[in-house]
Ligand binder design. Sequence first.
Ligand SMILES: [Zn+2]
Length: 257
Amino acid sequence: MTVARVNDTPPALEQISAWLESATRVVVLTGAGISTASGIPDFRGPQGLWTRDPEAEKLSDIRYYVSDPAIRRKAWQARRDSPVWQASPGAGHYALARLEQSGRLHTLVTQNIDGLHQLAGSADERVIEIHGTLRQVACLQCNYRVAMAVVLKRLADGEEDPDCPECGGILKSATISFGQSLVAKDLARAEQAAHDCDLLLAVGSTLSVFPVAGLVPLARKAGARVVIINAEPTAMDEFGDAVLMGDIELLLPQLIV
Ligand SMILES: [Zn+2]
């Protein structure tokens, strides 16, 4: 584990922990790195889904998805077989739930679609799933929305590309695919929270995907402390008051006791 601060003496772990203790309005931003210990592979890392199978990236591209029934059939199989259904929250998820229970966490913005923060005890109303959730299915044509389990049951009953029972439209997991916009009100809420926080803690994200990555400089410019924890350097390290490189499962429980 290394701790670095640009142009200054690196703050000790105790110092960062003290910052968190004294903060009253923390915004947390999480990415794939907080869930890899739960057995959910990331997308672009060395063992990432898209690194090992570039074709798989097509399953998450809305243009292929709407135009090619074969891609949709493959996508439904991938959802059925997703490691998310077997995954349990890890020490990092539980540490963030503790931060919320202490009354200091204002908003948790996650890029993950696995729902593990809520399973660890984070309240739904505090979590913004900025890239959507795999636990719900939405129709691309109408407002039909239902639990994933309902549609996976249809799959188990023999449908390969289940359509919308309301309008006959194309169903998809309620996740944001390539080519789809983020939900405007979710992004606005996340930006407001980052603007108003006194400490922004980014965990397990390479902070390279916009507009989410932009929350870091936004918080910093509005006067918040920024703490970044990731296994590798991130694109936003220059904005960190502290940048911790190491194992999230070990570091977060030390910082949030
Ligand atoms: Zn529909």
